[in-house]
Design a protein around this ligand. Structure first.
Ligand code: NAD
Length: 273
């Protein structure tokens, strides 16, 4: 069966739907996760940037195909007030906020001496601080209902480093520490918190860094794909968004109740080497 045909059952015993937010879900990994959560029975708030008409097509299409409620909120994840409003919207519209997928992220590839200060601040804010603000807002409700699932999309770069990605590697290592702390705080309240550490997935985020990596390393773009990106992955294949979505959605099931405080690699063997 192709990976994108997999679904899970996120319906509660009484037939009620869980409420979920997936940050950065107008594209790439986040969109695949939001789609699978909705098809598995959760009401979902989409978030992220992009063309308004395209986003509305995605939202309406997913709502129609899944039967779940699918909303869109355009919060900029670098703005704590907007992150809090995203959480409040999900709670108000769905009546419950049970699942957070902290996925929004950006990249910047540059040697440290040229690394723009504002890129450092933006990467830490979007990839790390937004998970703090969103989790803080959702946690009281999860604790009261004694059920919650927090899935943090980190990276193989949460476990190992590569040159020229100082902010991203720092943010992703921070994500793992944050996620473990929340796992301990939620452990007696039915709340799990885990990090997923993908290797290279061919999304717009990776497409955009190919020319910059080529420049930083003095290589052609083809050399970057072969000798830098896939060189790190023993399978020599990109991870797919469907594979990451299946793992994230599994973590949101009741069967995954004992998986907490861990970092799950999905990297074609990269961090085994
Ligand atoms: P992507 O560029 O396809 O998607 C990123 C999403 O984040 C988009 O929806 C974008 O609009 C949104 N976003 C960006 N800035 C935002 C902001 N300020 N506020 C709200 N939304 C914002 O990237 P992707 O590859 O799908 O990456 C998703 C996550 O997976 C990121 O955290 C990334 O670090 C992580 N990751 C990606 C790879 C990979 O190889 N693609 C590998 C490991 C981890």
């Amino acid at each position: 069966m192709p990976a994108n045909d997999v679904t899970f059952n996120l319906m509660q015993a009484n037939g009620a739907r869980r409420g979920a937010i997936v940050t950065g879900s107008t594209s790439g990994i986040g969109l695949a996760i939001a789609s699978l959560l909705a098809k598995s029975g959760a009401n979902v708030v989409l978030n992220g940037f992009g063309d308004a008409a395209q986003i509305e097509d995605i939202r309406a299409g997913l709502q129609r195909d899944s039967g779940a409620r699918v909303l869109y909120h355009g919060a900029d994840m670098s703005k704590p007030d907007q992150v809090r409003d995203l959480a409040a919207t999900a709670m108000r519209e769905f009546g419950t906020l049970d699942i957070l997928v902290n996925n929004a992220g950006i990249q910047n590839v540059s040697p440290i001496e040229d690394f723009p200060d504002e890129k450092w601040d933006a990467i830490i804010a979007i990839s790390l601080s937004s998970a703090f603000h969103l989790t803080k807002a959702a946690f009281p409700g999860m604790k009261a209902r004694k059920w919650g699932r927090i899935v943090n999309i980190a990276s193989a770069h949460g476990l190992v480093a590569s040159p020229f990605k100082s902010a991203y590697v720092a943010a992703k290592h921070g994500t793992l520490g944050f996620s473990k702390t929340i796992a301990l705080e939620g452990a007696e309240f039915g709340i799990t918190s885990n990090s997923i550490c993908p290797g290279y997935v061919r999304t717009p985020l990776v497409e955009k860094q190919i020319p910059d990596t080529a420049k930083a390393r003095g290589m052609t773009e083809e050399q970057v794909i072969r000798d830098v990106l896939l060189h790190a992955q023993p399978t020599k294949k990109f991870v797919t968004v469907e594979e990451v979505a299946a793992l994230a959605t599994y973590l949101c099931t009741d069967m995954a109740a004992s998986i907490t405080g861990t970092a799950l690699s999905i990297d074609g063997g990269w961090t085994a080497a």
